[in-house]
Structures are given as C-alpha cells and as structure tokens.
Design a protein around this ligand. Structure first.
Ligand code: ADP
Ligand code: MG
Length: 210
C-alpha cells in the first residue's frame, strides 16, 4: 500500500495542511512507513528532497502528546540548519503538542539552559559542540531518548564533529531508533553506520545515484 499523509495522526495531517504539504515527496514516501515500523534508517538523497519531514513526521507520530523531557536528539552541522529543522519539526508537531528546540554555539548558553530545564521540548535539534557542552553541564539528559537523527552526516564529518557525535551517541540508550541522512556515503559514514545503527537497518535512496 502506498504511503499517504491520510495514514497519519489527524493532528499531524492538520499541521501538514497548514504548512502546504499536500503529498509526500519520494524520500518521504519511502522513509516514513519504514521509520514508523521502527527500523533504523540510512537515507541518501540530495538537498531539497524533503528529508526534514522524512524523519520529522515519524518522530512527531511516535512521541506522545505533551510528553515531558527529551525523547529525540537531532544533530545538524550548522546553527542555521538547527534553527530551520527545529522550526519545521515544531510546525509538524504543533497540533499534537510536540515541539523542538534548537541549541547551537556562538550565543549565550544561559537561555538554552533555562529552556532545557523546563523540559517542554521533546525534540532537541543541535550542533554537536553545543549539545556536548549542555550534556556535560548536566542540563541535557539523553538517557531517556528513544530517537537519534544525524542530519547531513557527511557535512558534520567534514567539519570535524566525529568525536563529538560519538561522545553524544554514547550517552544515549543502545536500544533507540537511529536515522542517518547523508548526501554521500564515504568510508567514515559507513563506519558510523556499522557502529551505531541496529542490525536490519534499511537504506532509502532517491534521486541522483552517486
Ligand atoms: P532536504 O533536507 O532534503 O534538503 P528539506 O527537508 O529542507 O530538504 O525540504 C526542502 C523544502 O521542501 C522545504 O522548504 C520544505 O518545507 C519543503 N517540503 C518538504 N516536504 C514537502 C512536501 N511533502 N510538500 C511540499 N513541500 C515540502
Ligand atoms: Mg536537510
């Protein structure tokens, strides 16, 4: 059966309508049903194919309404991307009471600490350095996380974030669902996949083959 947005929670359907999303993009059509089944995912697709909602819709579908505390950690290479992804996830989650908060460096950490302490955002989207800082300060607790997403993984590796990423993942429960998205699949990414994704993970590929 082909995946359509009608198969989602009606509150998410309402959000997607408000966002002007009429139908899933090819990567969303492939990835969303697999993610909803609980498989780990490796997604390979060019920019602009709708990867944010491909992982965001399953996160919002699976996170309970008004659950407290962090249930999902999303890592992105840049602050701009963290802001943009958190915004889109919050729009998707709006009608279900699921929200995302962006954390990134180069700005005061105090406000981020205060907001994380309130525990109202079930999804945290951040750049690896600041995420690590907030974990080490005891503010960001990932021990109850059920989902981890690595967005633009190849770009994060190019920027030298591999150690931070591994340190962050080591603070999350082993038995969580992980989704890794990358435009390219160099050796270092394949190593990360072998080390951190559960066996039986599914690969989703759309667009230009590399
Ligand atoms: P990627 O992460 O693959 O580069 P994005 O997730 O940022 O792509 O999506 C690219 C653009 O397409 C964004 O503006 C997003 O809001 C929009 N978009 C994503 N999915 C849909 C959809 N199903 N229908 C309409 N627009 C969409
Ligand atoms: Mg993206």
């Amino acid at each position: 059966m082909e995946f359509t947005f009608e198969q989602l929670d009606s509150r998410i359907q309402k959000s997607l309508e408000e966002m002007g999303f009429e139908r899933p993009t090819p990567i969303q059509k492939e990835a969303i049903p697999i993610a909803l089944e609980g498989y780990d995912i490796v997604g390979q697709a060019q920019t602009g194919t709708g990867k944010t909602a491909a992982f965001g819709i399953p996160l919002v579908e699976k996170i309970g309404s008004r659950e407290r505390g962090v249930k999902a950690i999303v890592l992105t290479p840049t602050r701009e991307l963290a802001i943009q992804v958190a915004h889109e996830l919050s729009l998707i989650g709006k009608n279900k009471g699921v929200s995302a908060y962006p954390i990134y460096g180069g700005v005061s950490i105090e406000k981020q600490i205060n907001i994380l302490r309130r525990g109202r955002n079930q999804i945290v989207v951040g750049t690896p350095g600041r995420v690590k800082d907030l974990i080490n300060r005891g503010v960001l607790k990932l021990d109850r996380v059920r989902f981890a997403v690595l967005d633009e993984a190849d770009q994060m590796l190019d920027m030298g974030f591999i150690e931070d990423i591994e340190e962050i993942l080591s603070k999350t429960p082993k038995n969580k669902q992980t989704m890794l998205f990358s435009a390219t699949m160099p050796y270092e990414i394949r190593k990360l996949i072998d080390k951190y994704l559960r066996p039986g993970y599914k690969t989703v590929k759309v667009g230009k083959q590399l």
